[in-house]
Design a protein around this ligand. Sequence first.
Ligand SMILES: [Zn+2]
Ligand SMILES: [Zn+2]
Length: 206
Amino acid sequence: MKEYAENWRNDFAIPKPKTEEDIQKEKEMLAELGIPTFKYHPNPLNTGAFEISKEGVTCDCCGKTTEIYYEAPFYAVEDIDYLCPACIASGKAAEKFDGSFQDDYSVDDGVEDAEKLDELIHHTPGYCGWQQEYWRAHCGDYCAYLGRVGAMELQTLDVMDEVLDDPMWDDEQKEMIQESVNGGHLQCYLFQCLHCGKHLVWMDFD
Ligand SMILES: [Zn+2]
Ligand SMILES: [Zn+2]
């Protein structure tokens, strides 16, 4: 099953545009691996927020052995080695260690509902940026994080125009997005609005 998971991860990596069937298949695969549905981070295995350990590791929160463990930032006073997906989804990890997965100041404005912020910072796996990770929002809600991209991936997904149509970026920054290379000095992070489907990026430098 693990090998299948690895293959699956490559098969579904960005920039392949996803069909409804792909998304359904992905959900089933994640459920089979014990990864709950994260509204704001739909494929945390694909984005590298979770890693697979064939031997299994011990979750610092529930003490259970888990083959899937969290690899992205967790802001807490205590040093936490491993967290299982269930302890993130339930909010137990955030509660137990008084931590969060996303800095609550590094998010877009325009989301009025405090429950949505709680869902994002206490129940959702974060992502690894070069610098401070920032979460985009649209249509009054936080967006789904889809993964790392560069200009080529944005072109392949046919979302470059959407991404550039964003008051967040000035002309110089728009040029930088158009010249970005995935894994390069300027990294773009792709988000999608859960309501209107618009794609947005965040970017930072190494
Ligand atoms: Zn756990
Ligand atoms: Zn929207």
